[in-house]
Design a protein. Structure first.
Lengths: 769, 528
């Protein structure tokens, strides 16, 4: 074993250039894998990790204030109930600290029992009325920590004793509702009086998979409780997974693509290396070396090259991805994996890459050992088998001699690289696939950016909202530049058939498509009260189709029923949305507010419209793309996709350099002849740029075809479960990728020329003779 | 064929052995044992997730608060007590399922398993027959839920043997459990968890029952003759029952009014004549939902019970011998006007005195629906029993809860036993065995028996009924209706004494005046 390793190390030292090239390829592929695996793992496991750490309740029930004992009398008898805790939630509380303030603070007065949040700094509140725990987002944004003071509404200044995290909502400031936790017994002790009424019940199920039973019985026992709303752990997870799920799925898919690319490159590299060293293998075999020793030597060489390169690539990839990923997780109120988990993941990845490289080099060596030593020794590493590529009528060793004179060095380079047709096709395929993935990544990143900025991407056709009495819609429509105005009702609810499935009901009087028109996938638009268009995400989640009944539990005593007449591909709320007419909503929820949605005429003066609305007493709000909760997340995800695209570009560069180096090595004689005839570095660069372009041009065309015809439609189909993803590649992205490929060609040529010039001309001439 | 010595097994033999082993292991893994006697297996929820599974058996434990003792020597009589079956027409407009939202005062006005009561009765019959030892079966009241004629038809058909189709109105289910009902306070099998698609339609298919093999003896319960166990049938109520308007949710004001008030018969009639205000659904009208008069109910129970007990038309008071060692005295304590509580009338007290006088040297078990200690005039009955050394126990139902308490008296004492219901969790009946012990004493062995429904089996409607009853937040699980272990599988020793008739009293104990127990509805059965 030691001897094998020693031989392998000696061999690698003897071929430093080639070793460095192979190491570079492994490094690039590992970099991609490191980025993608780190991001995918952290995002895919973020919710569960945080929910477990914070002991997030299975069900969070909100209702109008009630006596705690009266509520507990109903709750404690519920089946599948492991534990329960009660809170008093007070909204619209002014929070102030360090010269900053927010008016939408939410105070949670917590009692005994389980908490449902994790303390990530300091300690939990004790039975004192002058201390508080604040949510991590608030602590981060305002720079607060244990020992600082914060003003909490009329309670005045309290001391921050800890920082808490709970993934049941995204973090401040993505939501304006910063959370502060106070002790119930502490407040009672400080201010006296009775126990305050509770309006939140946290329920922990014994068996999470049967939370629906707990929830169903909780609802059946809730007669008399007003404004009952449920949030479930499964529902929060579904939202998070559906929101980030597509991106995670894509990252995983890209990891597989990257691994495939890396595998193809490494196997091709190993094979060409073995091909080049067939005589040496023949000599070893003739001297009595068993096949296993030969195979072991090549595997050891592969592993020795891959081990440091993969470690460096994976580690760098992990480090590059960790920053953006932790920002995403912070925005989602989730915890990043611990260093141990990251290390374990990257270690597994490292073992896989090293193993792949070792296998990729051992396999062709094993195949070579099946031939006789004499035959192996007869097969050189320079001549192409059959000699067919030795030139079309040219002198042996100087292929295309006539062509060089006729078409210039660039054309000669192209002929050199295309001489080995099978390899040329494989190279074009690999580069084309990699470039197609880059195109797709860039298209996705652009889509995420437009989701953030452009409301039309979400199917929204209205431009602003105005908090005005719905009866003043006509007055708003009279403002110059306004096309349409109508009250927009929006209700957060859950499916009555799957109480863990959240959804949003949106209603307009009349045709809602004037204001919001997600693409209709099936059925027709809503035409009357009692009908609903549902997002495909919702339809998937609760098993709806055209003709079935959508049963909805809003925060009211009774459910609402709608007949599904259409299914739309809505990106809004991950497709968990239903468009209805408002009659049933307003009947069930008489005090429902509905701001006016205002649609502008093309080219309307927005500022003039805004002034007109202000004159009517409204506070107009211009509509952006994604909801406020998602903006930061979209930013970071877009950045992450661009980072992955960049690392894929590195893979392209490596494969291109390898291809050129291999071509140059195979044509050492011809290149030496050119140099002997006076070809300088510039001439060689032209030769190799021609070779690179011969690969890059068809690869770019292939990439466009692959992205447009295969990858984008595939991803669109993947997302079609809930959204209509317009993944058309833009001209700027095509230009970017093309320029990138040209830059890669130039870089690869320059790199290879430098290596060629280091070799004495005589060596090449001797082999060519 | 003999295998040659020294030769190994053939491949075919090895395969056969492996197949046998596989079949055995599959059979072993198939499922939990069929529910039955809790002496062998009990149904438990070991991890608290709301799913029942087979648990260990519960052995008998001795209770000697009244003295006695000694090991069992000989069985004198065997009884099965089945109580509070509440066979229900779940689609009847005369129901008040919305009262559950007012709290537990009226018992479970709505039960998630209420469409499956006929299936549960059939599974109970199968389970009693499985015991194969009972000399008699005692049905201690509330065989049906709301004094409707069709309910009694179904129940008697299942007890006799044959089939019953527990459907009313037109074919198909129309009631508060329909998926179209948007009121989430009702369990709707197609909407709410645990979901059972198609359950309601399956519930309305004919139910087959082998019929009780042992002779059975009925005890009258308040739900057998009073609407919802509370109010005497009247024309106004009959019009509602046979009509087409089923109230799903009353107006808020009505609920608050009913919460504060105990309604008299005239108030109920007045309310119904005006139509109960609130959300209602239309159901197909059905004349078979008409209510039974008390006399009609008594007559049918008396005439259809196998032994045709000698009771008069007004009250279902009678006595029967069970074997040569036991006399069973059945008392009718049900009010005829309104109210769920028991009431001892002078005629009932007089009948008891006569029955005791006719008992001779036999042990006595008294059976009634409402527990005596919670019935008006119950003290007078207890006073009679206290003086009689032949009395072994008083069996009752009504509370839907297992309880056993010693009653000490001048003659040594006896046991007051109430038994949980078949309709609510734990859906068990009580096996009883009167035994002679080694020291010349007597004891009453009793243990609970599950009906034959298999838990967590989508094909077993009775099993689903028990599963749902277990989850019911208004039902027997949270109410701890199964009672403490001392009220379930126990050997109840009686004081060692001579079986003799007590000296005759000159006068019967006094009953309270009728005015002290006004007839009003709203007390409800006691579960909760």
């Amino acid at each position: 074993m030691r001897a094998t390793l020693g031989d392998a190390l000696a061999g690698l030292r003897a071929r430093r250039g080639r070793t460095a090239l192979t190491g570079g390829g492994v490094f690039a592929a590992s970099l991609v894998l490191g980025v993608v695996a780190t991001a995918a793992y952290a995002l895919a496991t973020g919710f569960d990790r945080s929910a477990d750490r914070s002991d997030l309740a299975s069900v969070i029930t909100r209702f109008d204030g009630e006596d705690r004992d009266a509520v507990d009398e109903r709750v404690r008898v519920l089946p599948n109930l492991a534990a329960r805790a009660y809170r008093t939630e007070i909204t619209q509380v002014r929070l102030r600290a360090g010269g900053r303030q927010v008016h939408e603070g939410v105070v949670h007065i917590v009692g005994d029992g389980r908490r449902g949040y994790a303390i990530v700094e300091g300690r939990d509140v004790r039975a004192r009325g002058d201390e508080a725990v604040i949510e991590a987002g608030l602590a981060r944004e305002w720079g607060l920590g244990a020992g600082d003071r914060i003003d909490v509404g009329r309670l005045g200044s309290v001391r921050v004793v800890g920082v808490a995290l709970s993934p049941d909502n995204v973090a401040f400031p993505l939501v304006r509702t910063a959370r502060v936790y106070l002790s119930r017994s502490g407040l009672v002790r400080r201010f006296g009086g009775g126990d305050p009424a509770v309006n939140v019940a946290l329920l922990w199920a014994r068996d999470e998979s049967r939370t629906d039973v707990l929830l169903s019985q909780a609802r059946a026992s809730a007669g008399g409780l007003r404004s009952l709303r449920f949030t479930t752990r499964a529902g929060v997870r579904a939202l998070v997974e559906q929101g980030a799920g597509l991106v995670v799925a894509l990252l995983v898919a890209f990891a597989v693509v990257a691994a495939g690319l890396a595998g193809v490159l490494l196997v091709a590299g190993g094979r060409s290396d073995v091909q080049r060293r067939l005589p040496a293998i023949g000599v070893r075999r003739a001297l009595g070396a068993p096949p296993s020793a030969v195979v072991a030597l090549h595997a050891a060489e592969g592993a020795l090259v891959a081990a440091p390169a993969a470690a460096a690539g994976i580690a760098l990839g992990g480090l590059l991805a960790a920053g953006p990923v932790s920002r995403v997780l912070e925005a989602l109120n989730e915890l990043a994996p611990g260093a141990g988990a990251y290390l374990a993941l990257l270690a597994v990845l490292w073992v896989a890459v090293v193993g792949l490289v070792a296998a990729g080099t051992a396999w062709p060596a094993w195949r070579a050992t099946r031939e006789s030593p004499a035959r192996l020794m007869r097969r050189g590493d320079i001549r192409v088998p059959g000699g067919r590529a030795a030139g079309a009528g040219g002198r042996p060793g100087v292929p295309g001699g006539r062509a060089a004179g006729a078409g210039g060095l660039g054309l000669l380079g192209a002929r050199l690289v295309t001489a080995h047709r099978a390899r040329f096709v494989a190279l074009v395929a690999v580069l084309g696939a990699a470039a197609a993935v880059m195109l797709l990544l860039l298209a996705l990143a652009s889509l995420l950016t437009s989701l953030r900025d452009d409301p039309a991407t979400l199917g929204k056709r209205y431009h602003l909202t105005a908090s005005l009495d719905p009866r003043r819609a006509a007055a708003v429509e009279a403002i110059p530049g306004v096309s349409d105005a109508a009250p927009r009702y929006e209700v957060n609810a859950v499916s009555a058939t799957a109480l863990g499935s959240p959804l949003r009901l949106i209603a307009y009087p009349g045709d809602h498509a004037r204001f919001e028109a997600a693409a209709l996938a099936e059925g027709r638009r809503v035409a009357r009260a009692g009908e609903a268009e549902v997002g495909a995400g919702l339809a998937d989640a609760v098993g709806l189709r055209v003709g079935s009944i959508l049963a909805v539990q809003p925060g009211a005593a009774r459910e609402l029923r709608f007949r599904v007449v259409g299914i739309v591909r809505a990106l809004q709320d991950e497709g968990r949305v239903a468009y209805v007419r408002p009659a049933r909503l307003t009947a069930a929820l008489p005090f429902l507010d509905a701001p006016l949605a205002v649609r502008l005429e093309p080219g309307a003066d927005r500022e003039a419209v805004r002034r007109g609305l202000v004159a009517l007493g409204a506070e107009p709000l211009f509509v952006s793309g994604a909801t406020g909760d998602d903006r930061g997340l979209l930013d970071v995800l877009a950045g992450l996709l661009r980072l992955v695209a960049l690392t894929v570009a590195l893979v392209c560069l490596t494969s291109l350099v390898q291809a050129l180096a291999l071509t140059a090595a195979e044509r050492r004689g011809a290149v030496a002849t050119l140099r002997a005839a006076g070809a300088d570095a510039r001439a060689l660069r032209r030769l190799l740029v021609g070779a690179a372009l011969a690969v890059v041009a068809p690869a770019a065309l292939l990439a466009l075809a692959l992205e447009g015809l295969v990858l984008a439609p595939a991803v669109e189909r993947l997302a079609a479960g809930y959204a209509d993803l317009p993944l058309r590649t833009g001209r700027d992205q095509i230009a970017l990728v093309t320029i990138g490929l040209l830059v890669l060609s130039a870089s690869a040529s320059a790199w290879t020329v430098r290596r060629l010039l280091r070799e004495p001309v005589v060596a090449g001439l001797r082999e060519g003779a | 064929m003999r295998r040659p010595r020294g030769r190994g097994r053939t491949r075919r033999e090895a395969l056969a052995l492996m197949g046998g082993a596989l079949a055995w292991s599959l059979a072993g893994c198939r499922s939990d044992p069929r529910p039955g006697s809790t002496l062998a297996h009990s149904l438990v929820d070991p991890d608290g997730d709301g799913l029942l599974a087979a648990g260990p058996g519960v052995p008998l434990r001795d209770r000697t608060e009244l003295g006695g003792g000694g090991r069992p020597r000989r069985v004198l009589a065997r009884l099965a007590q089945v109580s509070d079956v509440h066979v229900r027409d779940a689609q009847s407009p005369a129901r008040v399922p919305f009262l559950d939202r007012l709290g537990p005062r009226l018992g479970s006005a709505f039960r998630p398993q209420e469409a499956l009561t006929a299936q549960v009765l059939a599974a109970t019959v199968a389970s009693v027959n499985d015991w194969d030892e009972a000399d008699a079966v005692l049905l201690t009241g509330d065989l049906i839920d709301s004094a409707q004629r069709n309910e009694l038809d179904w129940a008697l058909a299942l007890l006799r043997g044959g089939s019953a189709k527990p459907d009313s109105g037109s074919d198909g289910y129309t009631g508060v459990q329909s998926a179209s009902n948007p009121d989430p306070l009702y369990y709707r099998p197609l909407v709410d968890a645990p979901r059972h698609p198609g359950l309601l339609n399956r519930a309305l298919e004919p139910v087959r029952s082998p019929g009780l093999r042992p002779p059975w003896w009925p005890v009258l319960g308040n739900h057998d003759i009073l609407v919802q166990g509370e109010v005497a049938p009247s024309e106004a109520i009959a019009a509602v029952a046979t009509g087409d308007r089923l109230v799903v949710a009353p107006e808020v004001g009505l609920g608050q009014f009913a919460e504060r008030t105990r309604l008299s018969q005239s108030e109920v009639d007045k309310l119904l004549r005006g139509g109960v205000p609130g959300d209602a659904m239309r159901v197909p009208a059905d004349a078979r939902r008409a209510h039974l008069s008390p006399g009609e109910a008594v007559t049918r129970l008396r005439s259809e019970a196998p032994g045709r007990p000698h009771a008069n038309r007004d009250r279902l008071n009678y006595a029967v011998g069970v074997g040569s060692d036991l006399n069973l005295i059945v008392l009718d304590l049900v009010r005829r006007d309104a109210g769920a509580d028991g009431l001892v009338t002078e005629s009932t007290l007089a009948f008891l005195a006569r029955a005791l006088a006719d008992t001779g040297e036999r042990h006595v078990i008294v059976a009634c629906h409402q527990p005596l200690d919670a019935s008006a005039g119950g003290d007078a009955v207890l006073a009679l029993l206290d003086a009689d050394p032949r009395v072994a126990a008083v069996l009752a139902g009504h509370t839907h809860r297992n309880a056993i308490a010693p009653r000490r008296g001048a003659a040594g004492g006896y046991w007051l036993i109430t038994t949980a219901s078949i309709v609510d969790f734990p859906q068990q009946w009580r096996a009883l065995r009167l035994i002679a012990t080694e020291r010349g004493g007597v004891a009453l062995e009793t243990w609970m028996v599950d009906h034959a429904g298999q838990p967590n089996d989508e094909d077993d409607l009775a099993g689903i009924a028990r599963d749902l009853a277990f989850l019911d937040p208004h039902g027997g699980r949270p109410a701890r209706a199964a009672g403490p272990p001392s009220a379930r599988n126990v050997r109840l020793h009686l004081p060692t004494r001579q079986l003799r008739q007590p000296r005759r009293r000159r006068r019967l104990p006094a009953l309270p005046p009728p005015s002290a127990t006004p007839a009003t509805a709203g007390a409800g059965d006691a579960l909760g």
